[in-house]
Ligand binder design. Structure first.
Ligand code: 5AD
Ligand code: SF4
Length: 439
């Protein structure tokens, strides 16, 4: 009989990391580990870390400080650091955090059972930071939600954006085999899943390093007919791999949601070039036109970095002008953060923190009325909503999302969960919509 042990996983960062947590839970389940909601009664504690910006990284170190106390009280507890900080710091983490037994990066989660066994049987501290190449494996996942599921289709990144730590932390691009992706989604749908979010650092370059000859457009074509599946989302796309063929595919398949997250990063060509993004503002805007022509109702969201090294006031104004011209449905704006092992670190003219703060506030203020306008346009419209579960703010109500990824709260019985409904938007609020089921 397998003795039950408890695993506590804490996750920071992107959806890929959240899904990695589900996969870690799935990987250790056959070893007898069941999830627990607190580190206090856990036999295994895994910190699934993010290093995209310095702030995310620092949170991990403050947590590690706290875990020292747990380890002192219960020396048998195993503490592992996983994810992007683990990949980045490797062995150095052992020095910095004496309580840590196990370090394995984002590229090594498939090794978790083997690494854990090694730590348990030898009593030694174990570090794994290799960079696997080839095909990304199919891993089990212990998923929390039924209606929606994350499905990783590729890992890593072949680009070299000068600000970004991801190529270093998540390694070379590896795609999963298309057949294994179809099988995973078919199995999910057979047990009630209605929406998948295909995950990868650059989903639209899916297949680029694989021998299969299946690209992202072809993959979508293979996923689309899967029975029971109602919606397909995907993140993140890179402008350089947004080909006309892919745009046509996105528009053609009705299950593909009308939402594209397409990181712009900056509106100044000078900055884009030094960021090594590989496109100009005009080229990016041509993609926006291409998407909107083919899908007039598409919602576009983006990421923007302010205060990149050498960004002048004029460069920054180009970013503001781009936001005004493109009119995104929403943006995620970040202050540039220095990252180890990146080209931008060595660049000159780092922008002072106070100036980055000012630019961040200015970018958010420029976008606010645009987002508001776009949301207001939905008032009284009937939207197709996939019902996900009870509303977060009022458990007696239901919540779901529009195809454009906006949250809608409305009244209805729990039997509607998992259904695609027509919902009339009755009120536009700051971060969500209120609606009424349309008969
Ligand atoms: N500083 C600030 N923001 C960054 N991002 C990536 N690297 C950095 C960095 N060094 C942002 C980009 C990316 C998003 C996930 O995080 O906008 O698209
Ligand atoms: Fe953070 Fe990027 Fe790693 Fe995701 S891939 S966890 S955003 S550093």
């Amino acid at each position: 009989m397998i003795v039950t042990k408890r695993v506590f996983i804490k996750t920071w960062g992107c959806q890929m990391n959240e899904h990695d947590a589900e996969r870690m839970a799935g990987l250790v389940a056959p070893m007898g580990y069941v999830p627990t909601a607190t580190p206090d009664d856990a036999d295994l504690i895994l910190l699934n870390t993010c290093s995209i910006r310095d702030k995310a990284e620092q949170k991990v170190y403050s947590d590690l400080g706290r875990l020292n106390a747990i380890k002192a009280a219960r020396p048998d507890v195993l503490i592992g650091v996983a994810g992007c900080v683990a990949q980045q710091e490797g062995r150095a983490l052992l020095q910095r955090a004496p309580a840590v037994d196990l370090v394995f990066g984002s590229k090594g989660i498939e090794r978790l059972p083997a690494l854990l066994t090694e730590a348990l049987t030898t009593g030694r501290r174990v570090v794994y930071t290799e960079d696997p190449i080839g095909i990304a494996p199919t891993l089990p996942a212990d998923r929390r939600e039924r209606v929606r599921a994350w499905v990783s289709i590729m890992e890593g990144c072949e680009n070299a954006c000068s600000f970004c730590v991801v190529p270093a932390t998540r390694g070379r691009e590896r795609s999963r085999l298309s057949r294994e992706i179809y099988d995973e989604i078919a199995a999910l749908c057979a047990s009630g899943c209605r929406e998948v979010t295909l995950l990868g650092q650059n989903v639209n370059s899916y297949g680029r390093t694989s021998f299969e000859g299946v690209d992202f457009a072809a993959l979508l074509g293979g996923i689309h007919p899967i029975e029971g599946l109602a919606r397909i989302r995907y993140t993140t796309s890179h402008p350089n791999a947004m080909t006309p063929r892919l745009m046509e595919t996105l528009a053609r398949w009705p299950k593909v949601c009308r939402h594209v997250h397409l990181p712009l990063q900056a509106g100044s060509d000078r900055t884009l070039e030094r960021m090594r993004r590989g496109y100009t503002l005009l080229e990016y805007m041509a993609l926006v036109d291409g998407l909107r022509q083919r899908m007039p109702d598409v919602a576009l969201t983006t990421d923007v970095i302010v205060g990149f090294p050498g960004e002048t006031e004029a460069d920054f104004r180009d970013t503001l002008a781009a936001l005004e011209a493109i009119e995104f449905d929403n943006i995620y704006a970040f202050k540039y953060s220095r990252r180890p092992n990146t080209a931008a670190l060595a660049m000159e003219d780092h922008v002072p923190e106070s100036e980055k703060d000012r630019r961040l506030q200015a970018a958010l203020a420029a976008q606010r009325p645009i987002t508001r306008r776009k949301n207001d346009a939905l008032q009284n419209r009937v939207e197709e909503v996939l019902v996900e579960g009870p509303s977060k703010t009022d458990r007696t109500r239901l919540m779901g999302r529009t195809s454009s990824n906006r949250v809608v709260n409305f009244d209805g019985p729990p039997t509607l969960i998992g259904r695609l409904l027509r919902v009339r938007i009755t009120q536009v609020k700051a971060n969500s919509l209120d609606g009424r089921v349309d008969e």
